[in-house]
Design a protein around this ligand. Structure first.
Ligand SMILES: Cc1cc2nc3c(=O)[nH]c(=O)nc-3n(C[C@H](O)[C@H](O)[C@H](O)COP(=O)(O)OP(=O)(O)OC[C@H]3O[C@@H](n4cnc5c(N)ncnc54)[C@H](O)[C@@H]3O)c2cc1C
Length: 414
């Protein structure tokens, strides 16, 4: 029976980052993925390596901001290939984000607050330096060294080095076995040729995003009566494609980012804009047509003079899965729950994945689970298992793109 130190369930940014770190530290570690790597939140995310802007808009240095402001340097070095994990194969969409505001007094205060707590404060641009797209915006335009990465290439990059430790399995055919102390002793899965494979392990880590809930029910001999360990916060995101510049930035309205724009190029070479921020929170209550209408209105207000004709629009819905908070608001930090030798984790933000991995190793250390790797011969036991694919960005899979002109002609848009 094969034996490992750690089995990770779920290959989003959290699971894959931890697999990389664990393997480099010498843990015998495998990752089991039920669907496609990154499917769920990571592939749907905007890929911004936040440095704390969102959390300092009220001029206060909150717990989240303190943690998150340390992340950009870790990512920058990894993305350069100057630190592990080597992320030099990850596409950097931009090394900076623009920051501007709508013309309200509270927005001006918000911009001021944003400068206070950041390691790298936004730098005001001269009119010559201002991108043409923002030429008609009121007030100062700033730029911040906030990197934006392509989530799909990140997942591909992170799953590359230890690809022979990442396997696809059928979650319907999964079971956990327990020892006399109610600790998980092994995990049983089905191999592609229909045989069952039992894998002994010292610890199990769940990083399956919203899938953690179902896995926890299986992985606890006596499932806890407290179901409120995870919260889901929905977002309804807008996609726009067509004749648009590559652009990444946040429009600040008061203490919120009214709209956050990130850009990429789709498989047909078209520019794609992903619209997040407040517009995607409001969008949860709107249907697809209503959200497209609202997002178009928000873009026109945020970027005076923008030409939206001929662009194609779409939306997608996705839940953020996080450790539960009493308020139901975003947790301040990455969340890890320890029950015996079962760890359940949510990074809270993609940018916080390195911090989550560090905390997980602290837990393993406290649990006296040490790396036992001597050579790579242990991997031979898993050679019959198959490899998962990397998920596609949402704009490659959503259907029925619409134009504003088309919506108007059907009377959907006033
Ligand atoms: C729209 C959106 C935009 C965002 N933008 C940003 C941003 O710009 N910057 C930022 O820092 N954060 C952002 N976030 C937050 C960030 O995406 C998440 O915090 C992070 O991606 C969560 O990663 P994860 O690995 O925990 O989960 P996920 O990415 O959800 O990955 C879970 C993995 O587990 C797999 N899985 C599911 N069930 C099972 C099972 N039973 N067994 C095995 N595997 C399973 C899934 O297929 C998937 O591969 C955004 C989130 C959303 C929703």
């Amino acid at each position: 029976m094969p034996k490992v130190d750690l089995i990770i369930f779920g290959g989003g940014v959290a699971g894959l980052w931890t697999l990389n770190e664990a393997s480099r530290l010498g843990y015998r570690c495998i990752l089991l993925e039920a669907f496609e790597l990154g499917s769920g939140q990571t592939i749907a995310s905007q890929g911004i390596i936040h440095g704390g802007l969102k959390y300092t808009l009220q001029g206060m240095m909150t717990g989240s901001a303190r943690w998150i402001r340390e992340m950009p340097l870790i990512w920058r070095n990894a993305l350069k290939g100057a630190a592990q994990p080597d992320l030099s194969g990850t596409k950097i969409r931009s090394n900076h984000c623009y920051l501007w505001r709508t013309d309200s007094v509270s927005s001006r205060l918000g911009m001021f607050g944003a400068k206070m707590g950041l390691r790298v404060a936004p730098k005001n641009l001269t009119s010559e330096e201002t991108p043409e797209l923002l030429a008609q915006c009121p007030g100062p335009i700033a730029v911040m060294e906030e990197q934006v990465i392509s989530p799909q290439t990140l997942i591909a990059n992170l799953s590359d080095t230890f690809a022979d430790q990442i396997f696809k399995y059928d979650p319907e055919q999964l079971s956990f076995q327990f020892d006399a102390d109610k600790q998980i002793s092994s995990v049983q899965i089905l191999t592609p040729n229909g045989d069952s494979l039992t894998i002994q392990t010292d610890a199990v880590l769940l990083t399956a995003g919203r899938g953690n809930e179902q896995l926890r029910n299986l992985a606890q001999q006596q499932p806890s009566s407290d179901n409120q360990v995870m919260q889901k916060r929905p977002l309804h995101m807008t996609l726009v494609r067509g004749a648009l510049p590559q652009f990444n930035g946040h429009c600040v309205d008061g203490a919120k980012t009214s709209i956050t724009i990130t850009s990429d190029t789709d498989s047909q070479g078209r520019t794609i804009w992903q619209l997040g921020g407040q517009v995607s929170e409001v969008g949860v209550k709107l249907n697809r047509v209503e959200l497209i209408q609202h997002a178009a209105q928000e873009l026109s207000v945020s970027i005076p003079g923008i030409n939206l004709s001929g662009l194609e629009w779409n939306t997608y819905s996705v839940d953020r899965a996080e450790g539960a908070t009493k308020s139901g608001l975003r947790p301040e930090t990455p969340q890890i729950l320890k029950e015996g030798n079962l760890l359940t984790a949510w990074p809270t933000k993609l940018a916080l994945a390195p911090r989550l991995a560090t905390d997980i190793f602290q837990h393993l250390h406290d649990m006296h689970i040490k790396p036992t790797l001597e050579d790579s011969s242990w991997k031979a036991s898993f050679s019959g298992l198959s490899r998962p694919l990397v998920a596609q960005h949402p704009w490659e899979t959503v259907e029925d793109w619409m134009t504003l002109e088309g919506l108007r002609s059907f009377g959907d848009v006033a």
